[in-house]
Design a binder for this molecule. Structure first.
Ligand SMILES: NC(=O)c1ccc[n+]([C@@H]2O[C@H](COP(=O)([O-])OP(=O)(O)OC[C@H]3O[C@@H](n4cnc5c(N)ncnc54)[C@H](O)[C@@H]3O)[C@@H](O)[C@H]2O)c1
Length: 275
C-alpha cells in the first residue's frame, strides 16, 4: 500500500478504542479524512467504541472484530496480544492489510508472517514506544552481533505480571532498583505480554532472535525508560528513550500514540524523511 497511488480513500478500521486507538481515530478524523475513510471501530468493551464514535465527525459503525476485518482495506490493531493473534489469522483469511501495535503476537507466529508475504498482504509495525528502528533496520542488512534492551519501569508498571507472582517477586515498597527478568524475547513475551512490545519490535526490525532482554523495576523512576544497544560491524548504536505516560492510559507512552499518527501522516506524504 505504501508507495502505491491510492485512487480512492483507504478504508480503515480500528480494533481497540483505548489510548492508542482513540489517539489515532481523532488524528485521522481531524487531519486525514480526505485520504482515509475511517469506517469502523471495534472493542471487546462495546461501550468504549460507542464513546469514541460519538467524539468523531466521521460516520462510522461499531461492529464485531470479524465484521470490521471484512469491511476495510487496512485493519489497525490497538487492543491486545490476544486481539492481534485473532486479527493476524482472520486478516490473512480475508486478505486484508494490517497494522499491529501488540507486536509480541508476531514473534510467536513467524509462519503466519511467511504466509502473509506469499499472499502479498502487508503487515505494518510502527516503531511505537522506541526510537532507532531506522538505524537498526539499516544495520540488519550489515552484520549485527548483538541487540540488547534494558527496560526500566516504576514498580506500578510491572505489578500484576504473572511472572512476578510465579517467582514470588514482591515490588511493593521497593526501595532501590531491582532486576526482575533477564532472558530471551520469546520468554519475555510469554511472561510480560503487556510490557514487551518494544522487545518484539527489535526482533522484527533486526531480523534476529538474538535479542537479550532485561527488565528492571525502579522506584525512583517517573518514566518508562528503554535503553537499546546494537553492536554491529558497521556501527554501534545506543538509544535511550524516556517516555512520558499518556493521559488516557499511564501504562502507554505518548510516543507510541504519536508514532502511529506519524505512520499515517508519512503514508500519505509525498516527502518522506528517514528510512
Ligand atoms: N508497540 C508499542 O510500542 C506499544 C506501545 C504501547 C502499547 N502497545 C500495545 O498496544 C495495545 C493498545 O494499547 P493501549 O494503550 O491503547 O491500550 P488500552 O488498554 O488503553 O486500550 C485497549 C483497548 O482494546 C480493547 N481490547 C482489548 N482486547 C481486545 C480484544 N481481544 N478485542 C477487542 N478489543 C480489545 C480494550 O477493551 C481497550 O478498550 C496494547 O496491546 C499495548 O500493549 C504497544
Amino acid at each position: 500500500m505504501l508507495g502505491k497511488k491510492l485512487t480512492q480513500r483507504l478504508r480503515v478500521g480500528i480494533v481497540g478504542c483505548g489510548a492508542i486507538g482513540e489517539g489515532l481515530a481523532l488524528f485521522i478524523d481531524s487531519q486525514l479524512s480526505d485520504k482515509i475513510n475511517l469506517c469502523a471501530l471495534a472493542d471487546k468493551d462495546q461501550q468504549r467504541a460507542v464513546k469514541l464514535q460519538r467524539k468523531l465527525r466521521s460516520v462510522l459503525s461499531v461492529v464485531e472484530v470479524e465484521e470490521l476485518i471484512k469491511k476495510v482495506d487496512l485493519v489497525v490493531e490497538t487492543a491486545s496480544i490476544e486481539a492481534a493473534r485473532f486479527i493476524l489469522e482472520r486478516a490473512l483469511l480475508y486478505k486484508k492489510d494490517m497494522l499491529i501495535l501488540s507486536a509480541g503476537a508476531l514473534i510467536e507466529n513467524f509462519p503466519l508472517l511467511a504466509q502473509a508475504e506469499k499472499a502479498k498482504i502487508n503487515i505494518y509495525v510502527p516503531s511505537g514506544a522506541i526510537s532507532g528502528i531506522d538505524g537498526l533496520g539499516a544495520l540488519s542488512l550489515g552484520s549485527i552481533r548483538k541487540v540488547s534492551l534494558i527496560t526500566s519501569k516504576p514498580p506500578r508498571g510491572l505489578i500484576g505480571a504473572d511472572y512476578l507472582k510465579r517467582k514470588k517477586i514482591n515490588l511493593t515498597n521497593l526501595k532501590k532498583e531491582k532486576v526482575v527478568f533477564k532472558g530471551s524475547v520469546k520468554e519475555a513475551v510469554r511472561y510480560f505480554p503487556k510490557n514487551v512490545n518494544v522487545a518484539a519490535i527489535l526482533v522484527l526490525a533486526s531480523s534476529s532472535q538474538n535479542v537479550e532482554v532485561c527488565i528492571k523495576a525502579n522506584p525512583n523512576l517517573k518514566r518508562n525508560t528503554h535503553c537499546i544497544i546494537v553492536e554491529a560491524k558497521e556501527a554501534k548504536l545506543s538509544v535511550t528513550v524516556e517516555n512520558t505516560p499518556s493521559k488516557l492510559n499511564p501504562r502507554t507512552s505518548s510516543l507510541a500514540i504519536l508514532s502511529v499518527q506519524y505512520f499515517f501522516r508519512k503514508m500519505f506524504s509525498n516527502f518522506k524523511v528517514g528510512s
